[in-house]
Design a protein around this ligand. Structure first.
Ligand code: ADP
Ligand code: MG
Ligand code: MG
Length: 200
């Protein structure tokens, strides 16, 4: 997959637009089982990313992804900034400039491992890993864009009945059950936005 400058800018704008458009929804999910700032955190982070355009899109894809990650780590307070930022940074570090699908699969594996390390977390704990890990399984298994987007949405839904054992929601114990994990919802939205922008 080779992304020209226009495609890179389109990707960044699509990711940012999805976080800005869904900020209220993400915040209300976080009001139920966290501290009610997830929408604001993601919106602030991606507004900071947008502010680095047009120069951001001049960079080759790996450098651009690293820069997005660094901005998110720096500008977003809370757990999600370092975790989502780490994902983008490690994805960028692991990708060649003109990645084939197999390169993307390998890079996403490394990025997910880095998120696990940073969060000291695994899938099954009601966090964004409960979207990243199953979506990666579909992607690595050869799933097309439609299958990947569908899995992202379903995986976020599947966090609703889960018990949170990481992050702020874990402080609620059993009361975390019955609400969708905000970070899983934002991860699902980012994946769908990326797929729509890349038209693969
Ligand atoms: P904070 O909880 O610090 O206010 P946010 O509200 O922005 O940060 O993000 C919360 C989201 O971060 C959660 O919904 C969850 O998906 C994710 N998260 C929190 N802690 C972890 C962790 N240790 N590992 C993976 N993801 C986590
Ligand atoms: Mg929060
Ligand atoms: Mg917070």
């Amino acid at each position: 997959m080779s992304l020209d400058r226009g495609a890179r800018e389109k990707l960044v704008r699509a990711l940012a637009a999805s976080m800005i458009e869904h900020a209220e929804e993400l915040t209300s999910l976080d009001q139920a089982i966290g501290d009610g700032d997830h929408g604001l955190n993601m919106k602030r982070g991606f507004e900071a990313v947008l502010a680095t355009l047009p120069g951001l899109a001049d960079k080759a894809l790996p450098e651009m992804l690293k820069a997005i990650g660094m901005t998110l780590v720096m500008k977003v307070g809370g757990a999600s900034g370092p975790l989502v930022g780490t994902f983008f940074m490690e994805l960028g570090k692991a990708l060649p400039e003109q990645p084939a699908r197999t390169d993307l699969v390998a890079a996403a594996d490394k990025a997910i491992d880095a998120v696990k390390m940073r969060g000291r977390s695994e899938a099954g704990q009601k966090t964004l890993l409960d979207v990243l890990v199953p979506v990666q399984a579909v992607f690595a298994g050869g799933g097309d864009a439609k299958a990947i987007a569908a899995e992202a949405a379903q995986a976020a839904d599947r966090t609703t009945p889960m018990l949170a054992t990481r992050g702020r929601a874990s402080f609620l114990g059993e009361r975390s059950i019955g609400h969708m994990d905000p970070g899983s919802r934002s991860a699902s939205l980012l994946i769908s936005a990326a797929i729509a922008a890349l038209e693969f």
